[in-house]
Every structure is written in C-alpha cells, then in structure tokens.
Write a protein that binds this ligand. Structure first.
Ligand code: BTN
Length: 239
C-alpha cells in the first residue's frame, strides 16, 4: 500500500509535494479533498471543485526519466479499466479521454533534492463534478467519471489503484510499455492541429516514435512533434 498523505484543502498537491520533498519518500502520494489553485500544462490553471481528485506521486530517481507522462497515462487507463471496466484513451501527450471528453490531466514536474532527481507526477481526475461545473468553468471538452459512466469510484480506492499502476509503469522502461501504450493513443490516424507559440499546423498523426514523439505527416513529409511546448487538437474539434 502506498503512503498517502491526505490533506483537506491545498493550493496544489504538486506544489505541496515540492515544498516537502525532504520529508517524502519514493512512491509517497499527496491528495486533498479540495485543490484551490491547481496547475495544468503550459502554465494553464486547473479548475476544480470537490469532485476533482488531485493526487501527486513522488518518483525519486526513476530508472528512466524520459516519457514518464506517457507511462503515467497508460497507468491511469489501466487503473480505470481494473476498477470499473472503463475504457479510457490517451489524447497525446497528457489527457485521458473517455468517449470524447477529458476525464483526467497529467502534469509531471521535475525537482532536485540533494543528489536526488525527483519527478512529481501530478494527476487530476474528474471524479464527480456535475455538467454545471464544467459549463461554469467553460470546459466544454471535459466531463467527470460520474457523468460518463453513471458511477463515481471511491476516491481512496482510485488513489491506491492509480498509485499502484504508476509505480509499476515507472519501474518499467518506455520500450517495455510501448506495445500497450500506442493503441491507447486516440490521435493516431486522425487529422490534428499542432498548436505552438510559432502558430498552428495541420497534419495527420500517424505513429508514436520509439522515443515517444508524435509522428505526423503533411504535404511536406513526415516529422516528429515533441510534447514540450505544443497542444494537439483535432482538425475540427477536441481530438
Ligand atoms: C493538464 O491537463 O493540463 C494537467 C492537469 C494536472 C492537474 C493535477 S491535479 C494534481 C496536481 N496538482 C496540480 O497543481 N496539478 C496536478
């Protein structure tokens, strides 16, 4: 069983974990009833009420530093499958999708502590928010597990299951996860809009490279996209 630190209210479980690194061990989990200033990818805010389950998992000196977000995405899909026979997919690089809606986002942040290289794996699961919450937050592509499956998993059980799967996948290499990861990537075979600070580009997402890049094709040829600073959207919608 992972060591789970349960907070009542916190600004961000990732920030809390970063501030308490010296007291935390590999595999420790921080969760909260309510996260008030959650952070998302690319500097976005991560809006939440009590229906969102925030969790941060500490990986100290993981054996492979690359593609942790990909392996965590796979781990979340596996946890949802095991808990409720829920089929979830990955919108590359870090969104977990059920049907056509985002139910979970992943924000992995690195931090140094002494000689340790740490990764703080931040996971926000939309467990039981209502449609009204997403409407008010202007998040038309998001939904909760309750809205999509009619059931909200018990938060502690979900936390334990995700932490267990993340630990297993973080111990394995990306190469070992590849065959199970790739079929989960929902963008493959679709037209995508690659959005970066330089602008937007339309292409077809065709593959995931051995290094975890999204391989795309347009009239000028095949090229690889790194998750660093891009957002991926569908040509005409969310994915
Ligand atoms: C995204 O989709 O942009 C990533 C969202 C990640 C949100 C989680 S909630 C728990 C952890 N604490 C944070 O402040 N962010 C992550």
């Amino acid at each position: 069983m992972p060591n789970i630190i349960k907070l009542d209210e916190v600004d961000s479980t990732n920030s809390y974990m970063k501030a308490h690194l010296s007291k935390l061990c590999d595999g420790d989990v921080v969760t909260a009833r309510l996260q008030t200033a959650g952070r998302g990818r690319l500097g976005h805010e991560w809006a939440a009420d009590e229906g969102m389950l925030p969790l941060s998992i500490l990986l100290k000196n993981p054996p492979e530093r690359e593609n942790i977000t990909a392996r965590v995405g796979l781990a979340v899909c596996e946890a949802l499958k095991e808990l409720g026979e829920i089929s979830a997919f990955i919108k590359w690089p870090n969104d977990i999708i059920i049907g056509s809606r985002k139910v979970c986002g992943i924000l992995c942040e690195s931090a140094a502590f002494g000689d340790n290289f740490c990764v703080i794996v931040g996971i926000g699961v939309n467990v039981s928010q209502t449609a009204e919450f997403f409407e008010n937050a202007k998040l038309p592509n998001a939904a909760s597990l309750l809205m999509l499956t009619g059931k909200a998993p018990e938060r502690e059980t979900l936390t334990e299951k995700i932490a267990e799967r993340v630990k297993l996948r973080a111990a394995a290499s990306f190469a070992e996860c590849y065959d199970e990861y790739k079929p989960r990537v929902i963008n493959l075979g679709r037209q995508v809009r690659i959005i970066s600070t330089k602008g937007e580009k339309l292409a077809e997402a065709v593959d995931i490279s051995e290094s975890g890049f999204l391989v795309c094709r347009d009239e000028s040829g095949t090229f690889e996209v790194s998750s660093g600073e891009v957002s991926i959207r569908g040509a005409n919608g969310y994915f």
